[in-house]
Design a protein around this ligand. Structure first.
Ligand code: NAD
Ligand code: DAU
Length: 355
């Protein structure tokens, strides 16, 4: 298969490309604009493989998309390109609207026109897989219910509203044009190559640098954490065996309060990096409660029984083992870290956290 993957230089996209190149015989074209979040160093393991190809392209560029479809002749599109950080969407929503809504529209149209012209075989096997988030469902406030595929959409942030809009577009293209789509809605991912503006990598790197470990509000918000390699296995299963027109929720069966995640990272670092920056006694002494995120979602939790029952997917990594692997990876990959801590990144951290 020729698989066109958008956002392949990002955290999940790069894990997906590493998985597909290393475990299948498919050709992959990585289409990525290389925003601050895109990093080709996350693909160094596969970059010389003849089945891996790259195009620096913006998904809002209609002309570039149609050329790429004609040249690459994809059998499937896996769409991950997006602006993804909730805090950035609150500070400046524009890029989220352009990329997540208009970009998804342009990609859908380029894909549909290509699919409509395709020969009979390709027309019947083509798939458009839209990778989305559990944040489209809003939040949960009790411990007894979960997001299912039928939970009504109620997004809270500019980010989640833009992702909800893109999901609606993708569903409408199925209903109106019979375009062969699949949607997945996943909970919080973590693991290697995660951009350090998100809670887990930010906490690891700030602790190692002796900086404040910032916890929003009371720290009791709950996220359902999934190791990124479990997510990409699920994505490949849905692409190859999912039912057209369906959506699948993907989650880690692993609800954790934010403060517990931060404390677990501190405990791991006490073992794995006992030599601390000057003046630091215990990593957990760096924990600093700060002003809450506006509109902060209280709890996410996924009911993943549909993908388990229909496709046989279950997460393999436990949170303890996955978090330890992640902490070790950041300790051992300081070069990758240094190269992404650019001026843009430093500005974001300075403006957002005042340190
Ligand atoms: P990321 O921010 O790490 O990477 C996004 C990638 O998209 C980057 O490589 C960036 O350069 C690229 N990109 C951004 N705008 C683009 C544009 N206009 N044209 C082309 N490329 C562009 O994101 P991620 O965490 O890997 O998330 C990937 C997808 O999975 C997103 O759609 C996100 O909504 C979804 N998702 C993420 C999580 C999570 O926990 N990270 C969970 C559920 C769903
Ligand atoms: O649920 C899936 C979503 O998970 C994805 O769709 C998003 O793209 C991804 O960024 C992630 O969103 P969150 O907002 O849940 O992730 P983040 O790592 O930014 O924050 C996780 C929790 O930790 C959240 O409750 C906010 C809190 N937090 C975050 C940061 C960066 C803190 O308390 N302190 C921090 O410094």
């Amino acid at each position: 298969m020729n698989i066109l993957i958008t956002g392949g230089a990002g955290f999940i996209g790069s894990a997906l490309i590493r998985f597909i190149i290393q475990h299948t015989e498919h050709q992959v074209l990585n289409l990525d604009k290389l925003t601050y979040a895109g990093n080709l160093e996350s693909l160094s393991i596969v970059k010389n493989n003849p089945r891996y190809h790259f195009s620096q392209t913006d998904i809002t560029d209609q002309n570039a998309l149609s050329t790429i479809f004609e040249d690459f002749q994809p059998d499937a599109v896996m769409h991950l390109a997006a602006e993804t950080h909730v805090d950035r969407s609150i500070s400046a929503a524009g890029d989220f609207i352009y990329t997540n809504i208009l970009g998804t529209f342009q990609l859908l149209e380029a894909s549909r026109l290509y699919w409509q012209r395709a020969d009979k075989d390709k027309h019947s096997t083509f798939r458009f897989h839209h990778i989305s988030t559990d944040e489209v469902f809003g939040d949960l406030n009790t411990t007894s219910n979960y997001f299912t595929e039928n939970t009504p959409y109620a997004p809270s942030s500019p980010y989640s509203a833009s992702k909800a809009s893109s999901d609606h577009l993708v569903r409408a293209w199925y209903r109106t044009y019979g375009f062969p789509i699949l949607i997945t809605n996943c909970s919080n991912n973590y693991g290697p190559y995660h951009f350090p503006e998100k809670l887990i990598p930010l906490t690891i790197l700030n602790a190692l640098a002796g900086k404040p470990l910032t916890v929003y509000g009371n720290g009791k918000q709950i996220r359902d954490w999934l190791y990124v390699e479990d997510h990409v296995r699920a994505l490949y299963m849905v692409l190859t065996r999912g039912t057209i027109g369906e959506s699948y929720n993907i989650g880690g069966h692993n609800e954790q309060k934010n403060i517990d995640v931060v404390e677990s990272i501190c405990a791991l670092l006490e073992e794995l990096a006992p030599t601390k920056p000057n003046g630091i006694n215990k990593y957990k002494d760096l924990i600093t409660y700060i002003k809450d995120r506006p509109g902060h979602d209280v709890r996410y939790a996924i009911d993943a029984s549909k993908i388990q029952n229909e496709l046989g997917w279950i997460p393999q990594e436990s949170f303890n083992s996955g978090l330890a692997k992640t902490v070790i990876w950041y300790i051992e990959n300081q070069e990758w870290v240094k190269n992404i801590q650019t001026g843009e990144y430093q500005n974001w951290i300075r403006n957002h956290y005042n340190h």
